[in-house]
Design a protein around this ligand. Structure first.
Ligand SMILES: [Zn+2]
Length: 246
């Protein structure tokens, strides 16, 4: 589904637009000129449906050179192995979570708990995937005609990240599960979740003046992205806990 000149929604599950498998997060495809990038990879249950979605949009998925994972949760990173095998693309992921992605460590991923809670089918398992480039907050890199800057996204998960980039002339934040539309957070009872880290990660986004916000689930925003972020910051600054999506 085309969102803007250079951004497409390639996957989105039950907590979003119902384009692809129910457990998929929002997967964004960015056209970076000579090459294409995916933000997150979906759950990996029916990844060929994501390929079909791209083809329906007239996109050649063979041009995808990189996948930027926001964090190691299965609905975001479980599909990375499929794309890497098919396309040989470079996997960029948070350094703190590279090991759990490479080892498919279900306890660290919180997958055993999430499966018990009904978020994934009982027979689902996470496919391990090699991480080519671990990234840390403040890192930046260029793919095609776009420079990406890494921001801390820890708090929702152990060491997740967000990716900031100017796309189509707009300051855009690919926020993973750190912030959702409407100023919701996603603080879950799973390993790696941490309220103080959460607040620190969100407060670091305060002066970014984000125009377009692309969350890992649900609706995205093509203007005033900062207003969703500011709601969360305001709640944390008053020592409260922002509204939780869970
Ligand atoms: Zn998550």
């Amino acid at each position: 589904m085309r969102i803007s000149n250079s951004i497409y929604l390639a996957a989105s599950g039950d907590m979003g637009f119902g384009l692809t498998d129910g457990a998929d997060c929002n997967v964004y495809l960015i056209d970076c000129g000579r090459t294409k990038v995916l933000i997150d990879a979906g759950v990996g249950i029916d990844s060929s449906r994501i390929l079909r979605e791209m083809e329906n949009d007239g996109l050649s998925y063979r041009d995808i050179s990189h996948i930027l994972l926001t964090h190691h949760h299965a609905d975001h990173a479980g599909g990375a192995a499929f794309f890497k095998e098919l396309l040989g693309c470079t996997i960029i992921a948070p350094a703190q979570e590279a090991e759990s992605i490479e080892e498919a460590n279900e306890l660290v991923l919180g997958l055993d708990m999430a499966r018990r809670a009904g978020y994934y089918p009982q027979d689902y398992s996470f496919r391990a995937c090699r991480v080519d480039h671990p990234v840390r907050p403040c890192d930046s890199f260029i793919i095609g005609n776009i420079r990406f800057i890494v921001y801390d996204g820890s708090g929702h998960s152990m060491g997740g990240v967000c990716y900031y980039a100017e796309v189509d002339g707009y300051k855009s934040l690919f926020a993973g599960d750190l912030i959702s539309h409407g100023g919701l957070i996603s603080l879950q009872n799973i390993p790696g979740a941490d309220l103080h880290n959460y607040a620190r990660s969100v407060e670091a986004l305060e002066n970014l003046e984000v125009e377009r916000l692309f969350p890992g689930h649900g609706c995205f925003s093509l203007s005033n992205g900062y207003s969703h972020i500011d709601k969360v910051i305001k709640a944390f600054k008053s020592l409260g806990i922002p509204r939780n999506a869970i």
